[in-house]
Design a protein around this ligand. Structure first.
Ligand code: GLN
Ligand code: ZN
Length: 764
């Protein structure tokens, strides 16, 4: 068997790539030096893969920002609002599309399937596509000429590219396929001429739910290539899920098919065993998890490969990751500060390359020569498995008794509303904010001083309290109805909690690209999750002590903490979510005991955890809702639970959101107002709800008329008695002056709205 890879992190072991991009954007790096630096990183990545023993090395997966943007610009698909003279788009056009410039706003960015990577959405209207440059060819030749490495060029598949693009109607899809087919064929034929043997054609769209029409189009595309391309073989690569139409996909006229055997719920393997695999094709066997960070259980991977060998002969199997390693950090070897038991159980991109090479060797009947390495991998996993961090008996007992844990509040939402209204006596259309106030340079530098030990605990606490006091005063002056403490003590809404919960670790270099040069360093949930001391009570109680107006306690919810972390692989995500939920429950109870009567549990990431396949949505939503409710169901009826979500694609999960049973929800709205409001025409929402009345992503202070019209539009479909007024999201990225100015207008607009809607509300 051969080992192969599908893509490698671009960012470099110390985010050199990010630093180069940002230096170039800031004008601190000349274009020529910038190209040189990126070339250095690119070639380094390829060499690493060779050194680790990978037989089939991807080339052309590297990028200056995003691989979908690369594909769009390769075809000259530059939206008309950017000045572009045709031909190969320069870096100015390329980065204008990614980031916007003075003359035009950036292209939209959206999530790459169910990952946390974001791609630039191509816009197809306006221009005729043309092949401006053969990028895969350039990459292929560079690796060959500079390193003597015969790489396998990666091309974004035509159908995936079109399906991820916007700016055309469904009935124009066929015409767009027509336009792009000859261009793709040219790319492939030129590669063939240059001597490339194989091309990796990525079609992750094949792992989503497809209609018959999609399959017909895909068949047509690959039939065209079979007829018009010669001299180069196509490896059709799918990932992130099982392919639904296995028989149709493996029958496509290509030379190899890559399947994900990690995130497929066992369905790809079952399909191979049930329907067989074509004798004339190569199977790319995605057996190493390209999204998780744990060392593989190599023994079970060998068994999986053994099962595949029952159908496919070994010389036609490539041992590969489930997907591009773009989604994992670069090297676990750098994590010197981690507990060795944990560090030894980690496999980032470099370590996964070693696993792939090892598996290929072992599966190819060379098991004895790698016996020591296999044993070592097993030991590393076992050591973590047997570590005390995974043996918190109280946590295990709580999970075992889950069925008897309350996961619904005693009174229903309507009854609670009456009880809570008696307690708070809030005005019609109560005003509030989402949680954070500006994280000024002053706040950040204070945190840094405290982290470095330059400031004592006491000094830092005094500073935070001053911030809280300042903003309680501001909120009082603004006459908001429900206050927040401002989250000044928090850097990040997951890291802050992770640092206080058992079972979480933080890496030093575990960065993963999120979009463009932006990288995130997700916490690692490696052990059982437990809470030993309150996390937020001190600050919240201090804030409440300064005012009679209710101050909301502010927590990040269990599903968001889960979805923004790397999660242990010995337990289901569901169970880990419940562990986090129960730990948060303790915090909610502590807040309540300390006299806090409103608690907000943010769940901005529920939506992004949705499975790729629609039929799996109900199961996910069911446990996600249960996790949220486990956290929030033991408080008294008079305690008001709030939640917040950062997106407005609401229509397809409105029932689940309502099932969270939060007394009040706030949702981002202003950037896509019409859409969200429309979904309430079809579904009535019967709990407290605040649709963001102004966009916090821009420094612009809205006009009062804009806010009023947002309120009016919302109240056409929502009950004024249930409606709350708030900004779209937290205000941590804004400046103080703009925040105060915008909130003042929000309160003024609310006062006008109260006069207008009071009569309506009293009529009920
Ligand atoms: N409470 C958080 C804040 O205001 C919510 C942020 C979010 O949902 N992303 O910052
Ligand atoms: Zn938000």
């Amino acid at each position: 068997m051969k080992s192969g890879n599908l893509g490698y992190p671009r960012i470099g072991s110390d985010r050199q790539w990010k630093k180069a991009l940002e230096a170039y954007w800031a004008g601190k790096l000349e274009e020529a030096s910038f190209h040189q630096e990126l070339k250095r990183i690119r070639l380094e990545n390829i060499k690493t893969q060779q050194e680790k023993g990978i037989d089939i090395i991807p080339v052309g997966d590297f990028t200056y920002y995003d691989h979908i943007l690369d594909t769009a610009t390769m075809f000259g698909l530059v939206p008309e609002r950017f000045s572009y003279a045709g031909g190969k788009p320069g870096l100015d056009v390329y980065y204008a599309m990614a980031r916007g410039n003075k003359e035009a706003t950036a292209c939209e960015m959206t999530k790459w399937f169910n990952t946390n990577y974001h791609y630039i959405v191509p816009e197809l209207q306006g221009r005729e596509p043309q092949l401006t440059t053969n990028r895969p060819l350039e990459a292929y030749l560079e690796a060959k000429n500079e390193l003597g490495i015969e790489g396998r060029p990666v091309v974004v598949g035509l159908y995936t590219f079109l399906k991820l693009s916007k700016g055309y109607d469904a009935n124009e899809l066929g015409a767009w396929i027509e336009r792009l087919l000859p261009l793709y064929a040219k790319v492939l034929n030129e590669l063939a001429e240059a001597g490339a043997q194989w091309v990796q054609m990525d079609e992750p769209i094949l792992a989503t739910t497809l209609a018959e029409e999609d399959l017909r189009q895909i068949a047509r595309i690959y039939a065209y290539f079979a007829a018009e391309v010669s001299g180069v073989k196509l490896q059709l690569q799918t990932y992130f899920e099982a392919v639904d139409h296995y028989e149709a996909v493996v029958a496509l006229p290509v030379d190899g098919i890559g399947l994900d055997f990690v995130h497929d719920g066992g369905r790809n393997l079952a399909a191979v065993q049930q329907y067989g695999f074509p004798q004339d094709k190569v199977l790319g066997a995605g057996v190493i998890d390209g999204r998780g960070i744990w060392k593989a259980d190599l023994q079970s991977k060998l068994e999986l490969l053994e099962q595949l060998r029952g159908t496919v002969s070994p010389e036609r199997i490539i041992v590969q990751p489930s997907n591009s390693l773009l989604h994992v950090p670069v090297s676990a070897a750098q994590e010197k500060a981690l507990d060795p038991v944990l560090r030894n159980a980690l496999a980032f991109a470099e370590e996964k390359l070693v696993e792939l090479a090892l598996l290929a060797k072992a599966a190819g009947d060379d098991r004895d020569s790698v016996a020591a390495e296999l044993a070592e991998a097993k030991r590393s996993r076992e050591q973590l498995q047997q570590s005390p961090a995974r043996a918190l008996h109280k946590v295990h007992a709580r999970i075992a008794g889950l069925a008897s844990e309350p996961s619904s509040r005693p009174a229903d939402a309507a009854a609670r509303r009456d009880i809570q209204q008696k307690r708070w006596n809030l005005p019609l259309l109560p005003t509030t904010t989402i949680g954070s106030f500006p994280q000024t340079p002053e706040v950040r530098s204070a945190r840094l001083k405290w982290r470095k030990g330059e400031w004592s605990e006491q000094q830092y606490e005094t500073f935070i309290n001053e911030q809280i006091k300042t903003w309680i005063d501001i909120q009082t002056e603004l006459e908001l109805d429900v206050f927040v403490h401002g989250e000044f003590e928090r850097n990040d809404m997951v890291e802050f909690f992770g640092e206080k919960l058992d079972g979480f670790a933080f890496t030093a270099y575990g960065w993963v690209q999120s979009y463009g040069s932006r990288c995130v360093k997700p916490p690692v949930i490696y052990g059982d999750v437990e809470l030993n001391a309150p996390m937020t009570v001190t600050e919240t109680v201090y804030a409440q002590s300064l005012t009679k107006v209710p101050v909301k306690g502010m927590l990040t919810g269990p599903v968001t903490i889960l979805n923004w972390s790397f999660v242990r692989d010995d337990k289901s995500r569901e169970e880990v979510a419940y562990q986090i939920a129960l730990a948060l429950r303790d915090e909610l109870e502590w807040l309540e005991e300390a006299g806090i009567g409103m608690i907000q549990v943010d769940e901005p990431a529920i939506r992004e955890g949705l499975p790729l396949k629609k039929e799996q949505w109900p199961a996910y939503l069911e446990w996600a809702v249960r996790a949220f409710k486990l956290s929030t169901s033991t408080v008294k009826d008079e305690t008001q639970i709030h939640t917040h979500m950062c997106y407005s694609e609401f229509h397809d999960m409105i029932e689940a959101i309502s099932a969270l049973d939060a007394d009040v929800i706030s949702i981002e709205t202003s950037r896509s107002h019409g859409e969200l409001i429309a979904s309430f025409e079809e579904h009535t929402y019967d709990k407290g709800i605040g649709l963001g009345v102004y966009d916090i992503h821009s420094p612009r202070v809205p006009a009062i008329e804009e806010i009023s019209s947002m309120i009016d539009r919302a109240l056409r479909v929502l009950d004024p008695e249930l409606f709350w007024i708030n900004p779209d999201c937290g205000l941590k990225t804004r400046k103080q002056e703009e925040t105060v100015a915008a909130l003042r207008l929000m309160v003024d607009a609310t006062k006008l709205a109260r006069e207008k809607y009071a009569a309506l509300a009293s009529k009920g």
